[in-house]
Design a protein around this ligand. Structure first.
Ligand SMILES: *[C@@H]1O[C@H](CO)[C@@H](O)[C@H](O)[C@H]1NC(C)=O
Ligand SMILES: *[C@@H]1O[C@H](CO)[C@@H](O)[C@H](O)[C@H]1NC(C)=O
Ligand SMILES: *[C@@H]1O[C@H](CO)[C@@H](O)[C@H](O)[C@H]1NC(C)=O
Ligand SMILES: *[C@@H]1O[C@H](CO)[C@@H](O)[C@H](O)[C@H]1NC(C)=O
Length: 614
């Protein structure tokens, strides 16, 4: 083919003349002219910023995979040309990225011989979804073996394999095929909070998946929403606002397609300004405790590094009292020791927990007791010196520990004949290396004060974090889901413990809840369900999959916090995720997680409601 041999010849010579922008971009991620000098590139100036010029080809090809846009990196040149000029220039083709885990941006460096051919030409943005196809909604890259959450992670790199772009199939390919182009996104909604630079994720008026009732996009099975794009730094030097939130309506946004900081982004002409603000009001849980075994309420809340003098402690109290409506039992995570994040050897958290309890009592008159086990100093991960741990808060007028026998930090809890627990509460397998730098699961057994003698087992978990994961839109495929293998070992240990209880009593009431740092459809949790025999409470009560979220990260509302239950807890179960934090802007969020509340019938066979089988 003529074009190919021309490219080959150019590569041999180390330079090439009169190459089109589409030829420079090629139909893959890495330019065929990488590190070559090209001459007489011709394009219309569609936009400029303080770093350079955005060009659009005046001689487009017919191939939707080859972008007709190109960034020319040079601040001086940006001052010498105007939007609407058609120019020619020579320069070096460079693949640039600021971090080894990012996808490269194709750009021209060291432009010379810049000539204005004509001025005042019309500059019309491509409307996404009208002048282009729709962004694909499910898959990010052809290299994602097993999908976006495939394991093992990082078995391939976009930069080294340099796959051919298939913009109709893969989200990253779609945006790469528009890199450098001048585009308009119609009817944009914000689906994230701003990061420290004011960047936000948005969706436009094209078909999307995972749309939740608040306007965000929820991660679904194998689908982490590649149809979205980041809005980055405005071209005119203005700044995006920092007080915006998921669900804000932004109207139309025009700018250029770029890639940096691990995601495709549109650099808008000017800063965002919501035309309609999303509500942040979320109602209280819709059900209350019955006070006896027919309807015990259970809350779950990662309170994000709670210490005695945390400014957010009174706000956590307000949530527990007015939104969770003082559940009978609360699974807390990220409770810090009495000296908070001071790295001083203190591990006791009785001051933190007593402070929380007394403020709840002041606000509601309701008295909570607590049960927890301090970790060994700095052995459970999290903020150094903070010694975060899980704790149970419980109303002793409704629920009490069954045969309390507090375990020590290193005591290994066991399922005894009954079944009952050796330590109550006690930590599961605390010496296993699977829990190094991670929170040990806290198992407990309870009895209701009124209504039944059947005991109720709980395990409060906070699995190892995802910190260190790579961008879903980054170079490594599938992206690194940091800690995924370790979480699978952790969930297996907890699941074996549950299975042991169920082998003694298949009708046992068991609830495993907390911050799993993982999505229900991913390995650690599918393994957990299959070994333990427990069911995701979302499934039991039938919560709409798009409303299953407790966290907001990058473009996705997602569920890291879960409740898993045994068969005995299915009957009459209720469950609600309270979006008290994911709907807020940065200043408004009390914790980075949303709390959830459930209600269970623990009466078992003695329940008034239970019909004897006939
Ligand atoms: C992918 O890129 C990373 C970071 O540059 C590198 O460490 C790794 O070896 C690469 N892996 C493959 C499969 O090319
Ligand atoms: C949205 O809220 C911000 C404050 O966060 C306010 O300045 C702005 O006027 C509001 N916009 C609209 C359209 O109500
Ligand atoms: C739950 O209790 C609160 C406070 O007593 C009350 O305001 C609310 O109406 C109750 N909700 C239901 C569904 O009974
Ligand atoms: C916390 O525990 C210590 C040691 O047992 C005790 O001296 C102190 O009074 C407790 N503080 C609170 C607020 O319960």
């Amino acid at each position: 083919m003529a074009v190919k041999s021309f490219v080959a010849l150019a590569a041999v010579l180390g330079s090439a003349a009169a190459i089109s922008i589409a030829e420079i971009n090629g139909d893959r991620y890495i330019s065929p002219f990488k590190d070559k000098t090209v001459t007489d590139i011709k394009g219309l100036v569609t936009a400029t910023n303080s770093n350079g010029i955005f060009l659009r080809s005046t001689e487009p090809d017919e191939n939707p995979a080859t972008s007709e846009g190109l960034f020319v990196f040079n601040s001086a040149a940006a001052k010498t040309v105007k939007v609407g000029d058609i120019i020619t220039l020579d320069g070096l083709v460079v693949e640039y990225r600021s971090n080894a885990n990012y996808i490269y941006l194709t750009e021209i460096n060291k432009p010379t011989n810049i000539k204005v051919v004509s001025s005042g030409n019309e500059v019309k943005p491509l409307v996404i979804g009208v002048d282009t196809s729709f962004p694909p909604t499910k898959d990010f890259s052809s290299l994602d073996q097993g999908g976006i959450f495939g394991v093992p992670n990082a078995v391939a790199n976009i930069s080294s394999i340099n796959p051919q772009l298939q913009p109709d199939l893969y989200g990253l390919d779609f945006w790469e095929s528009l890199l450098g182009e001048y585009v308009t996104i119609k009817d944009a909604y914000q689906i994230s909070r701003p990061n420290n630079f004011g960047d936000v994720y948005i969706r436009g008026n094209w078909p999307v998946t995972g749309l939740n009732a608040h306007g965000g996009l929820t991660m679904l099975e194998g689908d982490a929403n590649p149809e979205v794009i980041t809005i980055g730094t405005p071209l005119d030097g203005s700044k995006n606002p920092f007080d915006t939130r998921m669900g804000d309506y932004l109207g139309d946004i025009t700018g250029v397609v770029y890639n940096d900081f691990g995601s495709y982004r549109l650099l808008p002409l000017t800063h965002l300004s919501p035309l309609k603000n999303a509500t942040t009001d979320f109602p209280a849980v819709s059900f209350n405790s019955t006070g006896d075994c027919l309807g015990i309420t259970v809350g779950d809340y990662n309170t994000e590094n709670l210490m005695p003098d945390s400014p957010h402690l009174p706000l956590v109290v307000d949530h527990i009292v007015n939104k969770l409506r003082t559940p009978d039992l609360i699974f807390l995570q990220e409770v810090q020791d009495n000296s908070g994040n001071k790295n001083d050897g203190i591990v006791d958290a009785n001051v933190t927990l007593t402070t929380l309890a007394s403020k709840i009592e002041e606000a509601s008159g309701i008295v909570y007791d607590f049960a927890e086990i301090s970790p060994i100093n700095n052995k459970d991960g999290g903020e150094p010196g903070g010694n975060i741990r899980q704790a149970y808060f419980y109303r002793s007028d409704v629920l009490q520990l069954y045969k309390p026998n507090l375990g020590g930090s290193l005591d290994v809890n066991e399922v005894l004949d009954g079944p009952e627990l050796k330590y109550n509460p006690g930590r599961i397998d605390p010496l296993n290396t699977a829990w190094d730098s991670s929170r040990k699961p806290l198992a407990a057994a309870w009895k209701t004060v009124k209504g039944t003698k059947k005991i109720f087992f709980t395990i409060n978990v906070h699995l190892v974090s995802k910190g260190g994961s790579t961008s879903l839109s980054g170079d490594l495929r599938p992206p690194v889901n940091q800690g995924v293998e370790k979480r699978t070992v952790q969930t297996s240990i907890v699941a074996e413990f549950v299975a042991e209880i169920l082998s003694q009593d298949p009708a046992a009431n068991i609830l495993v809840a907390g911050d799993f740092n993982e999505y229900s459809q991913v390995d650690p949790l599918t393994t957990f369900s299959s070994i333990s025999g427990l069911t995701d409470l979302d499934e039991v009560v039938g919560i709409d999959p798009v409303e299953r979220y407790t966290y907001l990260f990058d473009m996705n509302t997602e569920e890291l916090d879960h409740m898993y239950v045994s068969e005995g807890l299915h009957r009459d179960a209720k469950y609600e995720h309270l979006h008290l934090n994911t709907w807020q802007n940065n200043d408004g969020q009390v914790s980075d997680h949303d709390p959830s509340v459930a209600r269970f019938n623990l009466c078992g066979c003695s329940s008034k409601k239970t019909k004897k089988s006939n």
